[in-house]
Structures are given as structure tokens and as C-alpha cells.
Design a protein around this ligand. Structure first.
Ligand code: SF4
Length: 201
């Protein structure tokens, strides 16, 4: 593959000058090309690899492409540093990179949110609640699993297994902590109460 040949050629030129402190980056805006190139490079050399899907696009598609490309390589044990490229605020690139690392289990600091997709049983604003919980816990460094579930039929199972979680009812929600029910609280108050309980953990 030409991309890899070019990178190997540059590395060889540096080696001729006794320079070995090299990191190789072989980015492409095409996910499959980028993944194939890094896999080949990992077979061909021992240099650290800097991963990225370049010019990946706007926030949503750029994140999906980066997660697919960077995530699959990291899960194969390939890659040493990463860069997420988004046509958006650079702060979002950092958050996206952290989220990719968190999603594949490379970073285990911070909160992991488990939330259900909602269905006909949902009688609470679960989408709003899950987004609010995620936003308010974005800077929390505690390695906790927090469940935000939409009903009292299937929700309690996940909420019990998490460190802390809620299972929504009609205008109210059950709060679980370490597998035990702490209480039933109105929908309007449940996020504040959940956050307060997490602060105590
Ligand atoms: S947890 Fe309840 S509300 Fe959520 S998807 Fe499952 S059944 Fe539906």
C-alpha cells in the first residue's frame, strides 16, 4: 500500500541519519484505508503509531468514523496515541477522544452511563434525564457505573447491577444504590438526588 510504503521510506531515511525517535502517522479520511494502512504498518515496524481518521467530518459523522477506525485498531492492540479530527470546536475533539477510550475500556476513570433505548413502557422523560445525567457527570472522575433506565419492569435489573441507578415510573423513579432501593422520588427531583448520592460515594 502506497501510504505505508511512503511512511516506511521516511522512517528509513531518518534511520540513515541515526534518528530513531520516530512516531508514524498514516491518516486517511477513508476509515477502511486508514485501518488497513495501520494494520500493515504494525506488521512492518515497531515504531509507535499515531492513529486518526483525518478530515473525518462534522461532529456526528466525524465521531462515528473516528470511533470505528481508531476503536477497531486499539482493540487489536495497534496504536499508541490518537487524534480525533472534527469540523467543530477543538474541545469536542478532546471529549470525543476520551469517550472513544472510555467506550473500549482503555480509560476506566470517570462515570460509565448505562441507559436503555426507551420503548412503549417508558413513562418518564428518559432521553432528557439520561442527557442531563451524562452532562452533569462529565467531569466526575469516580469510576462508577450509573444506570438510567426507563421502566420498573426491566429497569431495576440494570439499576441494581450498577453502582447507582434509577428506574423510571410514571412521573417518578426508583433510586438504587449498590443493589438496594434508596427510595422513590418525583421525576423533577430525581437527577438532583442521584447526583447528591454520587457525591457521597
Ligand atoms: S428498560 Fe424498560 S423502558 Fe427501557 S427499553 Fe427496556 S423495557 Fe423499555
Amino acid at each position: 500500500m502506497a501510504l505505508v510504503e511512503s511512511a516506511m521510506g521516511h522512517a528509513a531515511l531518518l534511520e540513515e541519519q541515526d534518528f530513531y525517535d520516530t512516531v508514524i502517522s498514516i491518516k486517511s479520511s477513508d476509515v477502511k484505508t486508514m485501518v488497513d494502512a495501520y494494520r500493515l504498518a504494525a506488521e512492518r515496524c515497531d515504531y509507535p503509531l499515531h492513529l486518526g481518521v483525518t478530515e473525518a467530518g462534522t461532529e456526528r459523522m466525524g465521531l462515528i468514523k473516528s470511533a470505528a477506525g481508531i476503536g477497531s485498531l486499539l482493540m487489536d492492540g495497534i496504536g499508541d496515541t490518537i487524534r480525533v479530527s472534527l469540523t467543530d470546536d477543538p474541545v469536542k475533539e478532546i471529549l470525543a477522544a476520551k469517550d472513544i477510550l472510555k467506550a473500549i475500556g482503555v480509560r476506566d476513570d470517570g462515570v460509565k452511563i448505562v441507559s436503555c433505548p426507551t420503548c412503549g413502557r417508558t413513562s418518564i422523560d428518559l432521553i432528557g434525564l439520561a442527557n442531563e445525567v451524562e452532562e452533569r457527570l462529565r467531569d466526575c472522575k469516580k469510576p462508577l457505573t450509573v444506570a438510567v433506565m426507563g421502566c420498573v419492569v426491566n429497569g431495576p435489573g440494570e439499576a441494581r447491577e450498577a453502582d447507582i441507578g434509577i428506574a423510571g415510573g410514571k412521573g417518578e423513579a426508583l433510586l438504587f444504590k449498590k443493589g438496594e432501593i434508596i427510595g422513590k422520588f418525583p421525576e423533577k427531583e430525581i437527577v438532583n438526588i442521584l447526583i447528591r448520592e454520587i457525591e457521597k460515594m
